[in-house]
Design a protein around this ligand. Sequence first.
Ligand SMILES: *[C@@H]1O[C@H](CO)[C@@H](O)[C@H](O)[C@H]1NC(C)=O
Ligand SMILES: *[C@@H]1O[C@H](CO)[C@@H](O)[C@H](O)[C@H]1NC(C)=O
Ligand SMILES: *[C@@H]1O[C@H](CO)[C@@H](O)[C@H](O)[C@H]1NC(C)=O
Ligand SMILES: *[C@@H]1O[C@H](CO)[C@@H](O)[C@H](O)[C@H]1NC(C)=O
Length: 542
Amino acid sequence: MLSVGRLAVSLALAGSVFAGPVQNPHIVLPPSARGHRDTVQQIFTESYSAYKQFAFGHDDLSPLSQGFSDGRNGWGATIIDAMSTMHIMGMDDLFQEAVNFSSKIDFSKSQTRDKVSVFETTIRYLGGLLSAFELSDQKFPVLLEKAKEVADKMAFAWVGSNDIPFGFLDFSTNTPNFGRTSNIAEAGTLALEWETLSKHTGNQTYANLALKALSHIANLPAPLPGLAAQGINPATGSFVGGYITWGGGSDSYFEYLIKHARLSNTDDNLFADTWHTAVDSSIKNLLRTSTVGNHLYLADLDDSRNIVHVGSHLACFHGGNWLLGGRLLNNNTIVRIALDLVDGCWNTYAGDATGIGPEVFAYISSDGDFTGDVPPNADQLAFYNEHGYYITAPDYILRPEVLESNFYAYRVTGDPKYLDRAASAVDSFNKFLKTPTGFAGINDVNDVNTSKIDDTESFWFAEVLKYLYLTFDDPNHISLDNFVFNTEAHPFQAPRAKHVYGTPTGGIKHPTKPFSLKKGPPLPAISPNAKLPQPIKVPPQL
Ligand SMILES: *[C@@H]1O[C@H](CO)[C@@H](O)[C@H](O)[C@H]1NC(C)=O
Ligand SMILES: *[C@@H]1O[C@H](CO)[C@@H](O)[C@H](O)[C@H]1NC(C)=O
Ligand SMILES: *[C@@H]1O[C@H](CO)[C@@H](O)[C@H](O)[C@H]1NC(C)=O
Ligand SMILES: *[C@@H]1O[C@H](CO)[C@@H](O)[C@H](O)[C@H]1NC(C)=O
């Protein structure tokens, strides 16, 4: 608690436009943290042993059937995705074994019949290899060679003078999937990995490819200032539709705007300014408070400019990302709202019978409960009246975002309540996800007798267990002031922070011309009351 007070003082004293340190420099880890950290490492060991026993060399362990699956082109996704975590946990033998495995991957073709996702391959394989290369002090050049090999293949996704890469590629013929539209998450979540590859190879082409996609999206006239639409057509470079969300399909584009600014220390303010504009627009248009419990959420906006009162596990990275950006911009308004968003997402864990949060949830605020779908049924309404959210997709597939934001909240504030939350999640994982051979997702987070899901996603190793471990570890280990995490939680070494990120006088941009869709009428300018759905008939008990 003392450390929170100190942070408040240091935030108040800062009072200038200069970027603050991201982390509270005065965190005192309580003695109990060590035991929790060891428990997390034990979960990693059990999960990875099962993977080695039943699935080594394949992408995912199937913990229930004690087999494997190859949804990531069969190059051993779990091994590559787990490497940076192994290094951070000091598991040298496993790390060395993974380096050996990496050196033999054949990236010349997909090992399955699937096309290759440029986004997934970038964040898991390219990010995993490069982070492992850096964390091991560049002692294993083969990691960089393999990173270059897979990126050279992916570079075929940029066709002609297109800024936006096609999302999927046939590695046997180097031909993109021309018929498929992409989204801003797929096209805008490449910068950290590709610029890190340029840094170590000296070939600037990699960074240029990723940055032309990111800048292109940031420069397109958006449905709301800074808030790019979700869909994008790689062939034309135009948005498809006007759906706005911080959730899947858009999420890590917003994440990388500020992370690219930080990792590169670029003097081009486009990225930090667009990020701030997106956050500013979100505060003005998308923030909603639940009528029960006053929880803070970020709504979506659909193509018809209806507010959609939903939240998701994926979107819950926003609290952590706003904390990072709020500290870099030294903007306490953003930091405070971010901490409330972190609380809102944590509440979706705390309210469930398992203590684990759902894939998708919804809520009611003073302007209604329009979810773009169906109104809550009686059970959902009863649950909402107790908890301030209701569950619309009850599965948990080992996603990290809520605990990722919780990690940022701990490192930024030092408030021990975030340690308690992480410890509670670890207990729930041991209680509800554990199988005799590894850890599995669950079909219903609100049922203590839930059935399990026969898959251990590689991000369980890359993200969930790394963020939990680091929450309980020495805060100087992988400090947020020295590293930038890619969206798969692979840390990249960052230079010393600049004094200022973005235009010092406030880089919030306002639209220069009205946004219009290619087909259909121009969209009206939004006002807080524009075209909002009719409030639902609120039952008497509310
Ligand atoms: C990795 O490969 C090297 C060289 O072939 C070998 O000496 C070492 O034992 C291997 N390590 C592991 C953990 O497999
Ligand atoms: C840099 O990388 C690009 C993309 O793979 C490649 O086409 C180009 O030949 C490389 N340039 C050099 C100088 O190696
Ligand atoms: C901080 O960000 C908020 C939200 O965008 C904005 O309204 C405010 O002007 C910013 N404060 C400073 C000091 O730039
Ligand atoms: C869960 O299963 C146990 C054992 O079968 C049973 O005793 C318990 O009532 C069940 N709990 C719920 C909430 O269904």
